[in-house]
Design a binder for this molecule. Structure first.
Ligand SMILES: Nc1ncnc2c1ncn2[C@@H]1O[C@H](COP(=O)(O)OP(=O)(O)OP(=O)(O)O)[C@@H](O)[C@H]1O
Ligand SMILES: [Mg+2]
Length: 139
């Protein structure tokens, strides 16, 4: 499925709608260039899950957990992971197969660890359609 967004707010709302429908155990991979809008989308998902804590980008921590929503939200950013083995150190599997939802920015860096059945969302810019245009592909 392909969706189009013309602003950060629109991407946030797409995330929020997605978050409202998520079931425990869902894994969502988010790929797309720096500044594509992956974190904006996650912030929307958090809102849709009823998270009220402020969502920060976990670029330096790899993982941020939010437990005050309808179910736990595990927000990963694996931009800095060079060897997927590093993910075992933080117990990645326990999160993937747990009762919360996992959103993983730069999931392609740990592609071999992603379970079958994960949702894959790719956000791409198209400068011909304006600076704030994003194509959001969900498969
Ligand atoms: N349609 C849009 N959707 C999402 N963000 C947009 C859009 N148009 C402009 N933006 C801007 O693009 C930026 C997206 O930043 P964001 O941190 O979400 O990107 P990211 O994909 O998480 O990047 P990174 O790989 O560095 O984590 C924000 O500054 C946001 O305001
Ligand atoms: Mg980000």
């Amino acid at each position: 499925m392909v969706m189009e967004s013309y602003s950060a707010e629109e991407t946030f709302r797409l995330g929020e709608m997605t978050g409202g429908k998520l079931k425990p155990g869902t894994v969502i991979c988010l790929d797309g260039d720096l500044g594509a809008g992956k974190t904006v989308f996650v912030k929307g998902v958090a809102k849709g899950l009823g998270v009220t804590d402020t969502v920060c980008s976990p670029t330096f921590t790899i993982l941020q957990e939010y437990r005050d929503g309808r179910m736990p939200l595990y927000h990963f950013d694996v931009y800095r992971i060079e060897d997927p083995e590093e993910m075992y150190e933080i117990g990645f599997d326990d999160y993937l197969y747990g009762e919360g939802v996992c959103l993983i920015e730069w999931a392609k860096n740990v592609a071999e660890l992603i379970p079958e059945g994960a949702l894959k969302i790719t956000i791409t810019k198209d400068l011909d359609k304006g600076l704030s245009y994003r194509k959001i592909t969900i498969e």
